[in-house]
Write a protein that binds this ligand. Structure first.
Ligand SMILES: Cc1cc2nc3c(=O)[nH]c(=O)nc-3n(C[C@H](O)[C@H](O)[C@H](O)COP(=O)(O)O)c2cc1C
Length: 218
């Protein structure tokens, strides 16, 4: 089947993109309201975009009634947010945080999670999250009914057991984020496998990548 996206109605584009572009990582995004409440909302239009500068991106659309979500209002005002990664232990609480609560609810506590102050930004991160990234807004790209938020990571917290003994690489046995598939379907990352370029093909590489980038990381 061929599908022309230039003539396709928006709900169909949403269905096809979210059904087939996956699994998508989930950021449980923490922000602070003007009255000081801790807001948290999952976002799967999310990814890391670069490491120099260290950028993450969030795609956040307005609610059905056209209002901006609390996350966007808070990010516009404070210029700060925290990305908490989500594993199986956090899955139920993550779904609670996806409910459209009023902005005077402390959503982290309501979901049964523990807020702790961030180091460099004015927002609470989630103690139970395996790792969290404190971010400052780099820029906000405006689109009709939605925004793309680009954030620069200024601080990372990672639970010790999610790192190898040297504290450099991830421990894949203990860090297993969940990701979103289609509709209400998710996937765990507990069936990982290694895939290396065959040695026979290495002479064809045009350039050697510096050890600090992709080739050296797992
Ligand atoms: C797994 C998951 C991923 C989601 N991803 C997004 C997303 O990328 N962008 C978005 O606008 N809403 C997304 N949502 C919906 C928001 O989490 C939801 O609208 C939430 O109520 C927003 O909260 P807020 O008003 O506190 O910002 C997602 C929901 C779930 C369950």
């Amino acid at each position: 089947m061929d599908i022309d996206f230039t003539t396709l109605p928006a709900p169909d584009r949403y269905r096809l993109l979210t059904n087939f572009v996956g699994p998508r990582p989930i950021a449980l995004v923490g922000t602070r309201s003007s009255a000081g409440h801790d807001n948290a909302a999952p976002m799967s239009f999310f990814n890391v975009f670069a490491h120099e500068p260290p950028l993450v991106v969030l795609g956040i659309q307005n609610r059905g009634n056209g209002e901006e979500k609390d996350t966007v209002a808070n990010i516009r005002r404070t210029g700060e947010f925290v990305v908490n990664m989500v594993d199986m232990k956090l899955a139920d609480a993550m779904i609670v945080c996806s409910v459209n609560f009023s902005s005077d609810i402390d959503e982290i506590a309501f979901a049964g999670l523990t807020p702790i102050p961030c180091n460099q930004i004015d927002a609470a991160r989630i103690a139970e999250s395996p790792c969290s990234f404190e971010c400052r807004v780099e820029r906000i790209l405006e689109y009709p009914k939605r925004v793309l938020v680009i954030g620069e990571v200024v601080h990372m917290h990672v639970q010790d057991q999610c790192l190898d003994p040297q504290g450099r690489y991830v421990n894949p046995e203990t860090y297993q984020p969940i990701a979103r598939l289609h509709a209400d379907n998710y996937i765990t990352s507990d069936r990982q496998f290694e895939l290396k370029k065959p040695d026979a093909l290495l002479p064809f590489e045009a350039e050697q990548v510096a050890p600090s980038t992709e080739r050296a990381s797992r």
